[in-house]
Design a binder for this molecule. Sequence first.
Ligand code: SF4
Length: 329
Amino acid sequence: MKNILEVQDVKKYFPIKTNIFSFSNFGKKNYKKALDGVSLLIAEGRVSVLVGESGSGKTTLARIILRAIDPDSGSIIFNGSNITKKTGRELRDFRKQAQMIHQDPYSSLNPIMKVFDIIKEPIDIFYKNYSKEERTEKILTVLEEVNLKPSTEFAEKYPHMLSGGERQRVAIARSLVIEPKLIIADEPVSMLDVSIRAQILQIVKQLSVNRKITIFYITHDLTTSRYIGDEISVMYAGKIVESGSIDKVLSNPLHPYTQALLDAVSEPKFENIDKEKIIRIKNFDSVATERGCNFFNRCPYSMDICKKEPKLERKEQNHNVSCFLHDTI
Ligand code: SF4
């Protein structure tokens, strides 16, 4: 299977203000390692999930992929070419192919524009040669596709006239209208009522099935991950700690952090999972360690060897983990 996106050893450190009264820190620059050597492969036409707690670096990675911010080092390869180096027309071409759906459907739509004009905006930027009739047809078609029917009525509404779920459908339609190859969906249902989350997830999932769009789905929630994902990468404190097919990772989680995330899944727990594999971790000290395994302070199994840094390694077909517990598998 072809990979449409490759994230290669991406690092991004943000400077932290130091306390001027702390003499031990005087003159030193401190950094938060938002991304600390992240590598990922995303297969074309599939739904790849990135799961982790807030602050783990997920949104920073999404912003780097879309070139909203630059990495300190590492590369993003999209369809075989390095987009971290692109500027001008080449960067514009990439942006036509990669779109984002944001978490907050209330702030992501311009309140003074009608739905029709909100969806027309990206066409005006990327398909300047389209006639008025072609634009209208495209807009009404994508509104139908996200189930905003009758589309002619929804096209005339303003965002304040829509529910949260309807707004998120408009945001999806706006991404779809320029026919991207990749959509990054950053927690698109977390601000919606539970009752309408499944409908939005269903629409996003159908994009990969019907239109063969690759979806990179970012979430903190394993239940959503299992519903929507084909592949999963688990991120902790700026590193990928486990990755593979969703069935393998969630039925046989190998990293203690993934096992702890499963403990946070509300009842009923997933079937086909060995209950011994679900653990409860120490939450009182969530600070990642500077050296060695960054999960050391929270891990119930930490050992001396964990003061070295574990590498993400293949443990079975399509299942990788970064943990010394599995060195002998
Ligand atoms: Fe725990 Fe060690 Fe594995 Fe890190 S490498 S998750 S500290 S057992």
